[in-house]
Write a protein that binds this ligand. Sequence first.
Ligand code: S3P
Length: 432
Amino acid sequence: MHKYETRTIAPVTSVKGEIVVPGDKSISHRSIMFASLAKGESRVVGLLRGEDCMSTLKIFQAMGVEVEERGEDELIIQGRGIDGLLEPDDVLDCGNSGTTMRLMSGILAAQPFYSVMTGDQYLRKRPMGRVIDPLREMGAKILGRDGNKKAPLTIDGGGLKPAEYHSPVSSAQVKSALLLAGMQIEGTTTVYEPHLSRDHSERMLCYFGAEVESFDGGARVTGPVVLEGREVFVPGDISSAAFFLVAGLIVPDSELLLKNVGVNPTRSGIIDILQQMGGSIELLNQRELSGEPVADLLVKSSQLKGIEIGGELVPRAIDEFPVVSVAAAFAEGVTTIRDAKELRVKETDRIAAMCDTLGKIGAQIEPLEDGMRVTGGKSLSGGTVNSFGDHRIAMSMAVAALRASGEVTIEDTGCTSTSFPNFWELLENIRS
Ligand code: S3P
């Protein structure tokens, strides 16, 4: 559980400097999971040491995986192979992490032992039926609260058969859960989704030596796979970089260089959105790191304009809509976000949360059933807002505060340690 803290952010005249954002959260989770399931030793460099990823790490340690922590962001993991995990002798705590609970559901459903997963007050409210239902179709024996829809979950693992599943939502967590179950059993499991969601599982499983096919509209795995220990370099998290991209654009006379950021096309929707809004963002030094595309991002202050956002762009920027709404508040004209109903079931209802918090300091923002409409150009005032315990709401409001006319006090900011432990320090470093 994160600490309860309150922070007050004063406006700035410009932001400048070079920033290295912490490792990608999705890739960090997967590197711990796949290294644990691989045969032999893996080295993970650049890992995000946020609370979410530490939940995943503790879960594998509870199943017998030996881990050596080297310095701030490096782990040596002794993998036990797909059939080497031990039955945990206590409840597995996923904390605030939806990725941990949903991906672990797929892994544990195929393991020949009993396990129980729970999480914090926010995670226990989030929908788990989206992974439980298809896993049960594969033969999994999973039970959950509220008619098998919510955690705590109990899993009596084993006895699965492969599946062909058409997911109603574009969700990497659903897709990954089924691939991770399917990869452990004989046969081919295919998952189709309306628009392609992040493909980190597919890429990293291939990097660990499995054959996973990624295609436009889904992914497929034929099991059982054998994963071999590897060295994984985790790129910086574009979802964390997003806060500084928007800060660099909306604060006048600003220039920021964000080093070593993952720019996987299934995640880089935020760059497309901000560029379409007229933002100056350049991709420099493009390269590949452990199967993931990476670049340095140079951002300069820009006059933004409102745009319409929907369709395939939505899953490619799903975690960035809180900070997109901040960019929209400083843009000329109207920005409309649609097809983003998923925002209602994130760490909090992010549509309601951003309308409440940005609205409180004077933005013109209205909720839509599946998104929001923001009319830009209203000057924002100081005030007091609450993060609702959601890391991305807290950080988005800190960015908005940089250009408000007075100080903004944000209540409940300790949650930022789930994904971005040094956010406040980096924010302080770029003020001028
Ligand atoms: C994630 C997938 C996304 C995202 C979450 C991390 C992942 O969720 O919002 O922060 O690591 O697979 P959905 O797959 O539910 O959209």
